[in-house]
Design a protein around this ligand. Structure first.
Ligand code: NAD
Length: 496
């Protein structure tokens, strides 16, 4: 398969696709006790698969397999370079199956297949490759030497990692947990979202084919309140790495407190501000990037710049440009390579986003474009939507919508922009557009966010850490910093 595939060819392949529908536990396909759940494509409402539904028994079996693989198996004891080689093989095999995986992602969660192929799969491949190459490059600190003693500081794998991830980047986000955990020598139980289990179940098979020993990576499909909760409460899990919404993140802290105080790492939601100052070097580019940022991936982005904060003097000019772009966007069948915005993940989610639109209108914001579902076809499609005259107290300005809905707020000076930007429970990301170097430094320092983009948005690289502050979470994915999540420092004093 190649990225030059046509619309008809993707559709033909979609009909032939047979993704795995059972858990992978201890290296074997595991159908579980017989319970299943239905995975429906938001593209057209078609049933994609009936997938094995994990209860506590399946989670127990997966954790027991990961525990055995960690306590007695070869993986944590392998030379780091050997672990690295397996991760590199996983990257190669994902690359070999790139089109099939892109198609699976697109069908299960609705993003354009061309984005899945070019962006999501590139990220997953790069992640396994990067941590594969990093595995043997992390060295411990120099020993502390005293006349009659020596203290060695060693970094050890933390144990069994439970990873619970959402559906918006099902493979990328799973890879951001799995690859560094495996590189560190941990074993993993992954629970993907019930909306997008198929690509993760396939990834588990690919990893096994690449030579990962049995039990090192287990994937259980199932819902949050049962399978996710069982993993969060499990005494056999040492580290819980979660990406998802803030309310569910809060639950994982409770699960840890109510069980074994496992370490919990949280990558949560956002309501990111994107500040455009009147001295921005190129207002057209700022507006185009603002539009791209909020509509990319159907707005289902934790970092989506959902609050556009514009200086009053350029507010109408920028808003008009964003609206033009919203109206030009090609929204439709994710399997059409020309599509720029696909379907929202589910009917339920579309309903929640539409509820935000209705409340926005009721609370007095002005709907400038969009706001309605697309009635063509049977899938869950929404028009790109822009509101202005949004007041900071409105729901539109405060709550994460996780859809293609932009709220425009106006400010009169830089101090007010910073105050508005920080007036949120979240602290994931922020954008800033200015031509003044000192303003760029001053404002980015004042913004309480894990990432600040100046005169750009959504730039990223595996070498650079990613994560949030405040109620957007803790810890960092990507980069060598991610290894801190999956390792423990040990100090060994030796009396000489
Ligand atoms: P979600 O929180 O509803 O679900 C995420 C995962 O948690 C899923 O696997 C789900 O099954 C599980 N879960 C749900 N309820 C649970 C419970 N009671 N106990 C245990 N597990 C439970 O989020 P979602 O709708 O899948 O994804 C959207 C959210 O993810 C948004 O808030 C978005 O901002 C966030 N997100 C954050 C990042 C980041 O890196 N900060 C990246 C992507 C998405």
């Amino acid at each position: 398969m190649s990225d030059a595939t046509t619309h008809q060819e993707w559709v033909r392949r979609a009909h032939r696709l047979r993704p795995p529908d059972t858990h992978l536990i201890d290296g074997a396909d595991e159908p579980g006790g017989g319970a299943t759940f239905t995975v429906v494509s938001p593209r057209d409402g078609r049933v994609l698969a009936e997938v094995a539904d994990a209860g506590t028994a399946e989670v127990d079996a997966a954790v027991a397999a990961a525990r055995r693989a960690f306590d007695a198996g070869p993986w944590p004891r392998l030379a780091p370079a050997e672990r690295g080689r397996v991760l590199l093989r996983i990257a190669d095999l994902i690359e070999e199956h790139r089109a099939e995986l892109a198609l699976t992602v697109s069908l299960e969660m609705g993003k354009p297949v061309s984005d899945a192929y070019a962006i999501e799969l590139r990220a997953a491949i790069a992640t396994f490759r990067w941590y594969g190459q990093l595995a043997d490059k992390v060295t411990d600190g120099a020993p502390h030497v005293a006349p009659d003693a020596l203290a060695l500081v060693t970094r050890e794998p933390a144990g069994v990692v439970g990873a619970v991830v959402p559906w918006n980047f099902p493979l990328t986000l799973a890879s951001w947990k799995i690859a560094p955990a495996l590189a560190a020598g941990c074993t993993v139980v992954l629970k993907p979202s019930e909306c997008s289990p198929l690509s993760a179940l396939r990834l588990a098979r690919i990893a096994a084919d690449a030579g990962l020993p049995a039990g090192v990576l287990n994937v259980v499909a199932g819902d949050g309140p049962t399978a996710g909760r069982a993993l969060g409460l499990h005494p056999g899990v040492d580290v819980l790495a979660f990406t998802g919404s803030t309310p569910v993140g809060r639950r994982f802290l409770h699960y840890a407190a109510d069980s074994n105080l496992k370490r919990v790492w949280l990558e949560l939601g956002g309501k990111s501000p994107n500040i455009i100052l009147p001295d921005a070097p190129d207002l057209d580019r700022a507006a185009a990037t603002a539009a791209w940022g909020i509509f990319f991936n159907q707005g289902e982005m934790c970092t989506a710049p959902s609050r556009l904060l514009v200086h009053r003097s350029v507010a109408e000019q920028v808003t008009e440009a964003v609206i033009r772009r919203a109206r030009e966007l090609r929204v439709g069948d994710p399997l059409d390579p020309a599509t720029e915005m696909g379907a929202l993940v589910s009917e339920a989610h579309l309903g929640r986003v539409l509820d935000h639109v209705t409340t926005g209108v009721d609370q007095g914001a002005r709907l400038r474009t969009g706001g309605a579902r697309l009635t063509t076809g049977t899938g869950s499609y929404l028009q790109p939507t822009v509101f202005d005259r949004v007041d900071p107290s409105m729901r539109l300005a405060r709550e994460e919508i996780f859809g293609p809905v932009l709220s425009v707020l106006v400010f009169d000076d830089v101090a007010e922009a910073v105050e508005l930007a920080n007036a949120t429970d979240y602290g994931l990301a922020a954008g800033l557009w200015t031509g003044d170097l000192s303003t760029a430094h001053r404002v980015s320092r004042a913004l309480r966010a894990g990432t600040v983009w100046v005169n750009c948005y959504e730039e990223g690289d595996l070498t650079v850490p990613f994560g949030g502050r405040k109620q957007s979470g803790n810890g960092r994915d990507k980069s060598a910093h991610a290894l801190e999540k999956y390792t423990e420092l040990k100090t060994t004093w030796i009396q000489l």
